[in-house]
Design a protein around this ligand. Structure first.
Ligand SMILES: Cc1cc2nc3c(=O)[nH]c(=O)nc-3n(C[C@H](O)[C@H](O)[C@H](O)COP(=O)(O)O)c2cc1C
Length: 255
């Protein structure tokens, strides 16, 4: 019998350990897959609610989410559509599917997303006096990653009610400061558009924005590239190739 310290025994123990570890890791990955998908979906809902300023009371996410109505928008017309079931629709998957998306030209593609889904899910928050807020999905490239998030607008469809990203891989402390609640709070009350409702003016500037500046947002320190990415993605989605036609229809009561 090989001695405890022999090479063959050491190799066998190392191999056995590798097999056991890989079985544990792959089993955990398979078993936890559904939970991960559910957690990701919940994270997205929390982000939508946070952008809309809706509190989750007693940890009841579903009750809070019942206050928002998801609806599909046909991006070609800027009108609501029932062409596909909104509950089953996956915006992120659709944007990658050539049958469900359109390629953007280089001039259109300021957010560096290459393709745009034909339909997008938007979330309406309605009260006794009609539309209170609309939450719109936004995404675009920063420095290292595509940032996915939501921007909420007040009922005037111009004033920002909130902004947040639920997925990105920018560097913590630099581009990752997009998640800093203090920075996100700067967006609230800023105006997306000036006199022309098809031309978004909102964007990040280098340094700190004056509180009186209607469209300027503080730049992220040491993260100009992520900052530029955020400006580009917000301007794309608020612009004529994004939601501007839908917002105009909604304002006119013709969506
Ligand atoms: C390890 C590392 C990670 C970085 N991560 C980011 C980032 O997430 N976002 C970003 O804009 N810049 C990041 N940068 C800095 C950029 O390379 C670039 O210097 C910066 O965007 C310039 O911004 P500033 O003009 O505000 O200094 C990183 C740099 C290093 C070395």
């Amino acid at each position: 019998m090989a001695s405890k310290d022999s090479i063959s025994r050491t190799v066998m123990v190392a191999l056995a350990l590798c097999v056991v570890c890989s079985v544990v890791v792959s089993t955990a990955a398979v078993v936890l897959k559904d939970k991960q998908v559910a957690n990701a979906a919940n994270e997205k809902k929390v982000n939508i609610l946070t952008a809309a300023g809706i509190d989750i009371v007693d940890g009841d996410l579903q009750a809070a989410f019942a206050k928002v109505t998801p609806k599909l928008v046909d991006m070609a017309t800027g009108q609501f559509t029932d062409a596909v079931d909104v509950k089953a629709y996956d915006d992120v998957k659709a944007a990658k599917d050539p049958a469900l998306s359109n390629a953007l030209t280089a001039t259109q593609d300021i957010a560096s997303i290459r393709r745009q889904a034909k339909y997008r899910t938007v979330y309406l928050v309605e009260g006794e006096n009609g539309l209170e807020k609309v939450v719109l999905p936004v995404h675009g490239y920063g420095l290292w990653s595509t940032l996915y998030g939501f921007i909420a607008l007040e009922g005037d469809l111009n004033t920002v009610a909130g902004l947040g990203f639920y997925a990105h891989a920018e560097t913590p402390g630099l581009g990752g400061e997009v998640d800093n609640p203090r920075w996100k709070a700067v967006w609230n009350g800023k105006q997306v558009f000036g006199a022309d409702a098809s031309q978004p003016l909102i964007g990040l500037i280098k340094g700190k924005a004056l509180p009186t500046a209607k469209h300027d947002i503080d730049g992220l320190a040491g993260a100009t590239l992520t900052s530029n990415g955020v400006t580009n993605l917000v301007r794309f989605w608020m612009g004529k190739d994004g939601f501007a036609p839908f917002l105009a229809n909604l304002k006119a009561g013709e969506a």
